[in-house]
Every structure is written in C-alpha cells, then in structure tokens.
Write a protein that binds this ligand. Structure first.
Ligand code: SF4
Length: 335
C-alpha cells in the first residue's frame, strides 16, 4: 500500500505527548467525514432542496445513525430496494455503490436517479470491469453481505470470488493461476488485507496486485492516526455506527496497536462510566461517516468526567474534495 495520496500532506514525524499522570484525551487527526461521505450527504440535502421531499434513498446513504435520522427528518425515505420506490420517483444511490442490475431495475421503473457512489468505489468497479474484460479471475477481499461488495462484485459476478475470512482462501478455485488478480473493498483493515493477500499469494504465486490501492485514503489515514496514539491509551473510544466497516476496523486497529480497551459508540450517552475506571488517557477518533458534532459531544462528556486536556495527534492533513454528482450539478445550473 502506498503511504501517501494526492491531496494529502503527511504530517511528518508524529509527536505523541507522553502521559504525565493527568487525565487527558488524545484526539486522532484525521478523523470523521471523508470526501465521499461529505459528497453523498450533500447530494441528498441538495436533492431535498431542489426537488422537495420525499427523496428516496436506496440503503443508508452512509453508515451513520445520526446522519440517516437527520435526513429522514428532512424528508428522505430510506428503502432497501428500488422496487419499493414509486414508479417515476427520484432515488439516490448511496456512497457504497450499486451493481449494474440495480441501475437496470431503476431504468425499468422509470426512476430518476442520482448516483452518490463515492468516486473511489467507482474506481474499483472500473477495475473489476477492466480485468473481467481481460478474462482474469478476480479475488475480491471484503466482507460478505456488505453493500459495497455486493455492488462491486455485481459488475462481473462470473469473474469475481469474494474472499472474506482466512478459510475462504482455501476455497478459491481459479481457471488459470497466471491470470488472477486481487482487488478489495475500500474500508478494510490495511494490515489484515495484506495478510489475506499473502495467504492468497502462497496459493497463487502469480497473483497480480491492483493498479492502485483499493483501500481508500480516508480508511488508511484514520487507521494510521489511531495506530500512532493507541499504545499511549488506556481506552480508545471510536465514534461510529455498528454497520460502519471502517469504524469497526478502527476499534480492531486500536486494540492491535496497544490500546488497553476500545469501544465503538454512536453517541456520547452510550459511553459506560465503568470504562473509565483506572483510565488516565482516553483516545478518541471517529469513522469516515461520522459528523464532527458527535465527536464534540463526546469531548464535552469526557470534560464533565474530568478529561479536560485534549491533545490532537495529527498524522496527515487531508485536502481532498469531490465534485457533486453530475445530476445535481446539472439541476443547479438549470435553476
Ligand atoms: S470511506 Fe473512502 S471509499 Fe468510502 S466514501 Fe469515504 S472516501 Fe469513499
């Protein structure tokens, strides 16, 4: 995996302040919203402004309870499938992407669509198409049942095999071991993915690498930041939802990197006071679909519990932003 991406400035050597006995918080940076989530949430907000409610959204626009509830209050209706959307209505596809079959279903029902798929997920879809066209067997490392994986695999189901667990590696069969490539979901643990790749390569030494990293800059950066501070932390609290892959990975990465304990919470009121027993340093971070207001709420809660000193641990400064979906840009121009 590469260590830097366009639009990201490495922060240089990271200086993690050492504990001096006082209760304190180490706050990871980068954390929270990534460019793909920001774009998807704004796409739904703009759709509500431009067309008025209701705006249908297939699946959760991003995996965050607070974001979904807030948009629901403003008139978004979340559905599981396009078949639940009335003929001819407007539907937004989520940041996780959809398969060509979903696009076809929407066209059949005359739905107006806004595609908020993150451009970095679209990039992986394009890779699947390119390698399927060249008749490769594609080993897609990802979590079974995750929406992103369903959309990506759906680009060329006859060429793609999903590899989730170590056991899956043994089950893979390929037609020509010299024409095999691995690709991945964008929100995995970088370290675990490379373990899976090594296992696959033991079986298929000719396994080709993706043309560029599929695990996105935001996932990687949030893991690097939490790793930098984890060993200093008695407890790491990750703000994020249970169905958010990248948020769950942050808990795992924190524990592996030396945090004594780590928990995932959607809201500060979910923090159990018992977690703070004997804790001097609390690490705080948030997943890529988490608005900063939820982190601020947590810091206020910690402040009330005696953790008032906050030191930010910065491992990169992100400057990435994506243009809004073309359907929104066109509608705004026509206003
Ligand atoms: S986590 Fe990465 S792939 Fe997912 S929306 Fe954010 S930038 Fe895009």
């Amino acid at each position: 995996m590469s260590s830097s991406s366009p639009g990201i400035e490495p922060a240089g050597t990271v200086d993690v302040p050492r504990a001096d006995g006082r209760k304190r918080v180490l706050l990871a940076k980068p954390r929270g919203y990534c460019a793909g989530v920001d774009r998807a949430v704004i796409a739904v907000e703009k759709a509500l402004e431009l067309y008025g409610p209701p705006v249908y959204v297939r699946k959760e626009i991003v995996h965050n309870r607070h974001v979904v509830e807030t948009l629901r209050e403003r008139g978004a209706i979340f559905v599981d499938e396009t078949t639940e959307v009335p003929e001819g209505a407007l539907v937004v596809f989520s940041a996780h992407g959809v398969s060509p079959m979903v696009h076809a279903e929407a066209a059949e029902r005359n739905l107006k669509t806004i595609d908020a798929t993150c451009p970095l997920v679209t990039k992986v879809h394009k890779e699947v198409n390119r390698f399927a066209k060249d008749d490769y067997d594609i080993l897609l490392i990802g979590h079974e049942g995750h929406e992103e994986v369903e959309g990506t695999a759906g680009e060329a189901p006859e060429h793609v095999q999903l590899v989730d667990t170590a056991e899956d590696v043994d089950k893979v069969t390929v037609r020509d071991p010299s024409k095999v490539i691995w690709l991945s979901q964008t929100t995995l643990s970088v370290d675990e993915t490379m373990e899976r790749v090594d296992q696959l390569r033991d079986r298929f030494p000719g396994l080709a690498d993706p043309p560029s990293d599929d695990i996105c800059y935001a996932t990687t950066n949030r893991q690097v930041a939490v790793k930098a501070m984890a060993a200093e932390c008695d407890l790491v609290i990750v703000v994020g939802s249970q169905n958010s892959s990248n948020s769950k990975r942050l808990v795992e990465v924190a524990l592996k990197a030396g945090a004594r304990a780590s928990h995932l919470v959607d809201f500060s009121h979910e923090v159990d006071e018992a977690w703070l027993e004997g804790v001097t340093t609390v690490g705080v971070t948030s997943g890529a679909s988490v608005p900063e207001v939820l982190v601020m709420d947590l810091l206020a809660w910690l402040d009330k519990h005696g953790y008032s000193d906050v030191d930010e641990v910065t491992t990169a400064n992100e400057k990435i932003a994506f243009a809004l979906p073309p359907e929104i840009r066109r509608a705004e121009k026509a206003k």
